[in-house]
Design a protein around this ligand. Structure first.
Ligand code: ZN
Length: 285
């Protein structure tokens, strides 16, 4: 199993090279294209003959309160424009709302999830980067970049990604899974958490497993990653071997953690997530 080809939705690689990000400094193509219209973690799409499509051409008519379009790039040679409409805006005739959130039963095809994820990240960045985080002055776009610069104190910042580790712990023919109290009954998943200042990824794996379920791990191995635009995580996937200790659950984070026989793992994360990818590829007997 190569870690270099994790074609999961939300990874740009999922678009198989057909997406070209907007060129830094290049002229933006103007006029018609395909439209990523985001409304509160949904995309507005055209229901086609058994296949949903992005609205194309000029900006769809009837979008109430749409934000100024941003150019994301081109997909299959066609410009992809991003705009956002308010949560309570009416959906125009001919379009329907589809969720982008896997945990809410996303049905969109992987390419639209990936484009929609990038659109949400671009909008998130626009909505959070308008003022300097150091002095509060209104920022200006750095020409040809997503980055913003402060005209008062010259602080520059660029879109943020937050690395988080996610790990399957194995001990021979059993796998360690955990669940949070708020999850659906019977659902278990992998231990995961954000990387702290000063930590390497492997250090974060060791610490998270120790903190959340109380055991030690060794032989930590990277197996793939997934961009997770809710709003801006980079999930870095690992497998690790059990190295000792008894399960002791951090009750603030988790409700339960236990060993399951490989091949008999409970219902868990859906097919859209790297957690499922890791369980399917590394959690089998
Ligand atoms: Zn400033």
């Amino acid at each position: 199993m190569t870690p270099l080809s994790v074609y999961l939705p939300f990874n740009r690689d999922c678009l198989r090279g057909a997406f070209e990000p907007a060129k830094r400094g290049g002229p933006a193509p103007s006029g018609p294209g395909q439209w990523l219209v985001v409304q509160d973690q949904h995309l507005l799409v055209s229901p086609g003959d058994g296949e949903v499509r992005l609205p194309s051409g000029d900006m769809p008519a009837g979008l109430q309160g749409a934000s100024a379009p941003l150019l994301l790039g081109t997909y299959r040679g066609v410009p992809c424009w991003v705009t956002q409409v308010p949560r309570d805006a009416a959906v125009p005739d001919g379009l329907t709302r589809e969720t982008l959130v896997p945990m809410r039963g996303a049905q969109l095809p992987d390419d639209l999830l990936s484009l929609g994820g990038m659109a949400m990240q671009a909008l998130w960045w626009e909505s959070t980067s308008g003022h300097c985080p150091r002095c509060g002055e209104r920022t200006e776009r750095i020409p040809g970049e997503w980055g913003k610069k402060c005209p008062a104190c010259y602080y520059e910042h660029y879109p943020h990604l937050h690395p988080a580790v996610i790990v399957l712990v194995r001990d021979g023919d059993r796998c360690l899974l955990a669940r949070k109290r708020e999850w659906a009954p019977g659902r278990y998943a992998l231990v995961a958490g954000f990387v702290d200042n000063g930590e390497c990824l492997e250090g974060a794996v060791e610490r998270e497993v120790k903190e959340e379920v109380g055991v030690d791990v060794k032989d930590i191995r990277y197996v793939g990653s997934q961009n997770w635009p809710f709003p801006s995580q980079l999930m870095v996937g690992f497998i690790a071997s059990y190295a000792g200790g008894e399960i002791r659950v951090d009750e603030e984070e988790l409700e339960d953690a236990r060993w399951f026989p490989c091949g008999q793992l409970p219902t868990g994360p859906g097919r859209h997530s790297i957690a499922r990818y890791i369980i399917d590829n590394y959690g089998q007997a």
